[in-house]
Design a protein around this ligand. Structure first.
Ligand SMILES: *Cc1c(COP(=O)(O)O)cnc(C)c1O
Length: 395
């Protein structure tokens, strides 16, 4: 039917236009978008500042390659390092590439410091780090590795939250630990902040690196610029993407000077990475998120949404088992299959994203208003009512 490689189980909807938290299909139906293209359109659709940044840049210059300096990269790197633990930034085109850079940097760090045998990373069950050969090995999910030959060597996957297991697994070949501060694809699963602090301490004691994958949790999604700020700790290396471009493909790998010391000229690169178009948009995204009051708005909306979802859970306990997450990265663990709930929400003209552990992710654009949260709750309530009626009678 379609000439596109059928690697996605797609819903039969084609969108033509978007504005803020709403999307319109080619047949003129309007949907409330609480999936944000999987936490990507952080500022909603057609945000005026992003449209202006992209169109202005489009008329000037698209691409020069990294054979030359790119002013937008230098500006964006300055902003990101001023706002984070990091001293250096590398720009890529996607999340998986940002994680690849993080993995390579961790290996290079030890090689540069005379310990090339330290190449292995400790990772965690139900993690998701991307779809390249190395990042599927890092994620460790059999479903994603199936059929793709021997997994890339160098990843030791452990149960999440088991500090003793991590201590036991650190050996002569360990380069570092890679973790999402809040599991996204894995089902909006919380990682105790104390566990992140304990990992930080373990890395320091053992002279290894802590790598955070903040691709989904970052760029204001949880109410802080990056989720690890809630835990009052910092990594050595961090992968960023999704919301960074607000819909324009871009990723970044941020690192301390110490962690990045081995990444010298020629050690890594990307043809497209950090091109002027991506940098124009990402600079506008970062300026908007860092403007006074923006993150406070995210926190306020998150608190409101969370309270309303708790009420919906009380009313519809037959459908909603649990509300979880941080900030505007929320998940409903549902009793019916999550796919049925996502489908029922589509019938209510609302978009959400399924995740592991039978969770429906709610990832509204960060510019969402309280009226739009009310709108979402009405639609969730209607979907729950309909699903409740369809449930078989209690045994
Ligand atoms: C989406 C995601 C990735 C992969 O990003 P791509 O842009 O699809 O390559 C990696 N890690 C996490 C935590 C993600 O949510």
């Amino acid at each position: 039917m379609s000439a596109v490689l059928p690697t996605y189980a797609r819903t039969d909807l084609v969108f033509e236009q978007g504005e803020g938290v709403y999307l319109t299909t080619t047949s003129g139906e309007t949907f409330l978008d609480f999936g944000a293209g999987i936490a990507v359109t952080a500022l909603g659709h057609a945000h005026p500042a992003l449209v202006a940044a992209l169109t202005e840049q489009a008329g000037k210059l698209w691409h020069t390659s990294n054979l030359y300096r790119v002013a937008g990269q230098e500006r964006l790197a300055e902003k990101l390092i001023a706002a984070t633990f990091a001293d250096k930034a590398f720009f890529a085109n996607s999340g998986a590439e940002a994680v690849e850079c993080a993995i390579k940097m961790a290996r290079k760090y030890h090689s540069h410091n005379g310990a090339p045998e330290r190449y292995r990373l400790i990772t965690f069950d139900n993690a998701f780090h991307g779809r390249t050969l190395a990042t599927i090995a890092a994620g460790g999910q059999p479903k994603l590795l199936d059929g793709f030959g021997p997994a890339v060597d160098g990843f030791d996957t452990l149960p999440l939250g088991d500090l003793e297991a991590v201590e036991g697994a650190i050996g002569e070949e360990t380069a570092g630990i890679l973790i999402e501060p809040l599991l996204g694809e894995g089902g909006v699963q919380a990682v105790p902040w104390q566990f992140l602090r304990d990992l930080r301490a373990l890395c320091d004691v053992n002279g290894i690196l802590l790598l955070l994958d903040e691709i989904q949790t970052g760029m204001g999604r949880t109410g802080k610029l990056f989720a690890h700020e809630w835990a009052d700790m910092a990594p050595d290396i961090m992968a960023v993407a999704k919301g960074l471009g607000g819909g324009f493909p871009v990723g970044a790998c941020l690192a301390t000077d110490a962690a990045a010391a081995g990444m010298t000229a020629g050690s890594h690169g990307s043809t497209f990475g950090g091109n002027p178009l991506a940098m124009a948009v990402a600079n506008a995204v970062v300026d908007t998120i860092l403007a006074p009051g923006f993150l406070e708005h995210v926190e306020a909306m998150a608190l409101l949404f969370r309270q309303k979802l708790a009420r919906l859970k009380d009313e519809h306990g037959d459908v909603i088992e649990e509300v979880r997450g941080e900030g505007l990265m929320l998940g409903l663990k549902t009793r019916p299959p999550n796919q049925d709930v996502v489908a029922a929400l589509i019938e209510e003209r609302m978009l959400t994203v399924p995740a592991g552990d039978n969770v429906v992710r709610l990832l509204p654009p960060l510019i969402v208003t309280d009226a739009e949260i009310d709108d979402a709750c009405d639609r969730i309530s209607a979907a729950c009512r309909r699903l409740g009626e369809r449930q078989p009678a209690a045994e």
